[in-house]
Ligand binder design. Structure first.
Ligand code: SAM
Length: 298
């Protein structure tokens, strides 16, 4: 490495980045199958040592630069995301969330949970849908707490949904379906037609066009939308006008602006901080639709 640095006349950090770039590009170009195998270690990558860790970071760096390139189309982004977050990795993450249980040590610093509970206990809801549910620990918790309400949990990944059915299938008032939030067809819209749609940590993984289209498509389907997402500490929803990359397929989105532009009303939010995660904040966002029933019967 030192020889390479001296030959190129660059500092340690740039030399490392250059080496990663060359190796990452070479693997991705000459052996896409090897690249896919390396990326499939996403959920356990922190346990990789030395050269394996270096190889993983090299391939990931190339993938991320393509993912966040402004010219990359949404379909391509989804395919890149699936290489890391899909199938076994998706189920491994869901298992990790399930292991933490619910409520967990962070729940009292996640304002959306209080808001949801208040709304559900008011007795107005008959049907509630959690999108991008992963382990489904949140929707399962509320299904057990409110047995007279019907709950649906969905996620883009079929393997995650099979695991949810196995884990929570014994709860009578909950069902699961595979549902991606991009390009909603009639099946997806029918499933999202309910009193309240909520999400915890899923919308950050939609790119800007997909998120804006989702907010527009959801407006006539449900009367309430609530979600909790992470944002970088220096990203302010009332100041930023467009989405910014946050790394690892996640985005900083000005959710409030996009909701208002899509026609949602009474849009508001609360910020929750977790001291241990000092580089980020959580925003719990809520909005109301008055367009409900304007498209199709409710
Ligand atoms: C951070 S996890 C949610 C964790 C969940 N709150 C829990 O505690 O188990 C985000 C989920 O979003 C899902 N996701 C990502 N992109 C999606 C999309 N386009 N449509 C639907 N779900 C998506 C992922 O598969 C993943 O399971």
């Amino acid at each position: 490495m030192r020889v390479l640095r001296q030959a190129l006349g660059v500092g340690r950090r740039s030399a490392l980045q250059l080496a990663r770039f060359v190796i990452g590009r070479s693997v991705s170009f000459f052996s896409p199958r090897l690249r896919d195998r390396i990326l499939a270690q996403w959920s356990t990558s922190d346990r990789l040592r030395y050269f394996q860790q270096f190889l993983f970071q090299s391939v990931l760096q190339v993938l991320m630069s393509e993912y966040y390139n402004p010219t990359t189309a949404t379909d391509r982004r989804e395919a890149l995301k699936e290489l890391c977050m899909g199938k076994d990795s998706g189920v491994a993450w869901a298992n990790e969330y399930a292991r933490r249980g619910f409520p967990d040590e962070f729940t009292d610093r996640t304002p959306i949970i209080r808001m949801l509970d208040r709304w559900l206990s008011a007795g107005k809801a008959r049907e509630v849908h959690q999108v991008a549910c992963s382990s489904a620990r949140e929707v399962a918790y509320f299904a057990q707490r409110y047995p007279h309400i019907r709950f649906v949990g969905s996620d883009i990944d079929g393997a995650i949904i099979s695991a949810c059915q196995e884990r929570w299938g014994q709860i009578p008032n909950i069902s699961f379906t595979t549902l991606g939030l991009g390009e909603l067809g009639s099946r997806e819209k029918e499933s999202l037609r309910c009193d309240l749609v909520f999400d915890s940590g899923g919308l950050q993984y939609l790119d800007e066009p997909t998120l804006r289209a989702f907010f527009r498509a959801l407006l006539p389907l449900t009367q309430k939308l609530m979600f909790h997402q992470p944002l970088d500490i220096r990203f302010f929803m009332h100041k930023h006008s467009s989405s910014k990359p946050r790394g690892n397929f996640s985005w900083n989105h000005p959710y409030i602006r996009y909701l208002k532009e899509a026609g949602w009303e009474d849009v508001g939010y609360e910020v929750g901080f977790i001291e241990e995660h000092f580089w980020a904040k959580g925003v719990s966002v809520f909005a109301r639709s008055t367009s409900i029933g304007k498209v199709g019967a409710y």
